[in-house]
Design a protein around this ligand. Sequence first.
Ligand SMILES: Nc1nc2c(ncn2[C@@H]2O[C@H](COP(=O)(O)OP(=O)(O)OP(=O)(O)O)[C@@H](O)[C@H]2O)c(=O)[nH]1
Ligand SMILES: [Mg+2]
Length: 370
Amino acid sequence: MKAVIILPTYNERENIKTMLTKLVDVTRTIKGYTFTVLVVDDTSPDGTQNEVRDFAKTHPNVTMLSGKKEGLGKALLRGMTYAIEELDADIIGQMDADLSHDPSSLPEFFKKISSGADFVVGSRYIPGGSIPENWGIHRKIFSVVGNSIVRYGLGFSRVHDWTGGYRVLKKKYFELVKQKVSKYSGYVYQIAFLHNAILAGATVGEVPIKFTDRRFGRSKIAPLQYIRNVLLYVITARMRQLRHGSFAKFAVVGTVGFIINTTILELLVKNGVHPVFGSALGAECAIISNFFLNNNWTFRGKRIQGFKVIPKFVQFNATSLGALLIQSGTVAIGTLFFGESVYRWFYILGVGIGLIWNYTMYSKVIWKNN
Ligand SMILES: Nc1nc2c(ncn2[C@@H]2O[C@H](COP(=O)(O)OP(=O)(O)OP(=O)(O)O)[C@@H](O)[C@H]2O)c(=O)[nH]1
Ligand SMILES: [Mg+2]
């Protein structure tokens, strides 16, 4: 497998050689991948590029992509595109070049990739990870509050660090989200990238990292603008989710299932099959269709993959059976108390309760955050 680690740089002359030395050493210890380090520099005026060129003379697996200054998001976009198209990357990594990200954690990222994760993020907010103690209280608050807003605001609280730039992912997820994230910049780019990858079905792994403060060079963040943009992203993303809410999709999927159920029943009965058998077969076909449509569309952000599909499909069948029992139970109770003539009202009530049952089971049990 081919892995490309991207180091975006802007004025990192004092850091880049140390970073490259450490990184190249670490990559040699990771088995099963061949590594290229790609420095994506925005024509830094401080001479970063000379340092990289000098280093690359003795390290053929270090290469550089130069461009004009358009911000970190654009640099990453350009770098990842180049990594896939020109360097044939299967796996893409990104790290800050200012020594804040310790290369010695990198093997952990690749371990997670090898064991099935699609997108591994370095987390400062899980046990074993940390933010610099010497950060001023303001920066600490910005960092912690900013991340919490994103975590809970977007509704994927299982991922703890959204703004960090220490990540390793399968190329597929960059290709899937590239169009959607190209309009964002800075930290918001990092957030939108991870968010869209999750929505596209990526399973996320986390590695604790101790983020250390840069010793050289200038910080490029603008806190207030950062908080505003993050908030704006979370709010608009949430509104979009509501508009295309999963409940609406769930309803569409259910309707498709109903049509399949009815069509199969009618076809079978027309061909001499007993209605009981026809409706059972129709119902099972609808269940299969519902399961796969929900898995790949309604709940695709939590898509079930691999062998897990089997037990989940069994659970899904049990849930559908539950809905059937709720529906007929409601009709049974209703007619028992109010006579058979009112069965339609209780049928409608039963369908309603059954829908709520189904939706709750789908979103809280079957497609709960896995
Ligand atoms: N190519 C490119 N790289 C950038 C740009 N802005 C930042 N970087 C690089 O992206 C990485 C992270 O940026 P930093 O400025 O270190 O951001 P930070 O770590 O949040 O904040 P400080 O370390 O305090 O400055 C570093 O390697 C930077 O050199 C940019 O516009 N273009
Ligand atoms: Mg930094």
